[in-house]
Design a protein around this ligand. Structure first.
Ligand code: G3H
Ligand code: 13P
Ligand code: NA
Ligand code: ZN
Length: 308
């Protein structure tokens, strides 16, 4: 069953965080739905502009509609990840997406407000929820690369003003995480002090944490042992911090990189161990099972297990 983010977040707020996972293909989709059912957890299925180009947006929609009938017990939000204004309108008008993210966080405050307000108006007229972003994460966000020195944490007072001015349903905050596999150099972690201030100013309002993959060291090592060349300094968010963040209002936690690492590890190991094989269904089956288990493990860390 497809639900809106606003509905789901009302149930989750302060209790647990909802995992938000990107999909680009059939194997990820099966794995995600299976893992969510296995752990009795609601989830957000996220589609980026890159995914819509890669697979064709119609293919993704058909696949998710099929998954809905294959897994009738699944409860999920269909969400556009890091949308620009035009893509938000395309998704709102499609009647398929129940949530969109307008990411104008690279614009000055007033312009971000102006763009977000327009999207909120069009989305709410059709019952679609809107996630907006204030502040800038480091790393690569879609086609925009933010150098480490230019990332800036969300200002708590501005966050309150932004939400009041725009009417958005949730807010992605920059609290120290970044996209990709190389998040922290040295001691950094989630800035809980900033998060707490944001929650104090926006009590009850759902916050979103992007760049939340945990980048397990074991995955990096297995990928490299099977022929990969990932930088061993790769490092992610401590997944024991998901629940403390959820208690401070983080209601949606975005995880994409970790799934890519599972895919890469499974495929590298499979072809290393079966050099005579060329049937892609071999590693595909392993990946779907491994990804389902990974999703179920996230449900535990997010506190969303057994909440359906
Ligand atoms: O934040 C970015 C997500 O990991 C999606 O990545 O734009 O390469 O599909 P993508
Ligand atoms: P990761 O790169 O940490 O998986 O973040 C994904 C994300 O924020 C998608 O919007
Ligand atoms: Na998003
Ligand atoms: Zn993101």
């Amino acid at each position: 069953m497809i639900v809106t983010a606003a509905e789901l977040f009302k149930v989750a707020y302060g209790r647990f965080a909802v995992g938000a996972y990107n999909i680009n293909n059939m194997e990820q989709t099966h794995g995600l739905f299976r893992g969510a059912i296995q752990s009795q957890s609601p989830f957000v299925i996220q589609i980026s502009r890159g995914a819509r180009k890669y697979a064709d947006k119609r293919m993704l929609e058909a696949m998710i509609r099929a998954a809905e009938t294959i897994y009738p017990d699944a409860v999920f939000v269909v969400h556009l990840d890091h949308g620009d204004e035009a893509t938000c309108y395309d998704c709102i008008d499609s009647g398929f997406y129940s949530s969109v993210m307008i990411d104008a966080s690279h614009e000055p405050f007033e312009k971000n407000v102006e763009i977000t307000r327009r999207v909120v108006e069009r989305a709410h007229a059709k019952g679609v929820s809107v996630e907006a972003e204030l502040g800038m994460l480091g790393g690569v966000e879609e086609d925009i690369k933010v150098e480490d020195g230019h990332a800036c944490l969300t200002d708590p007072d501005q966050a309150k003003e932004f939400v009041q001015l725009t009417g958005c349903d949730s807010l992605a905050c920059a609290i120290g995480t970044s996209h990709g596999a190389y998040k922290f150099k040295g001691r950094q972690s989630i800035h809980f002090d900033v998060l707490e201030k944001i929650q104090q100013r926006l009590p009850g309002f759902p916050l979103v944490m992007h760049g939340s993959s945990s980048v397990p060291q074991s995955e990096i090592m297995r990928i490299n042992a099977a022929g990969g060349k990932l930088d061993p300094s790769a490092c992610g968010v401590n997944d024991d911090e998901y629940l403390p963040a959820a208690k401070l209002g983080v209601t949606k936690i975005n995880i994409d990189t970790d799934g890519r690492l599972v895919w890469t590890r499974v495929h590298r190991e499979y072809f290393r161990d079966h050099p005579e094989d060329f049937d892609f269904r071999g590693p595909g089956r392993v990946f779907m099972t491994e990804y389902a288990n990974f999703i179920a493990s996230r449900s535990e860390k997010l506190g969303s297990k057994n909440t359906l």
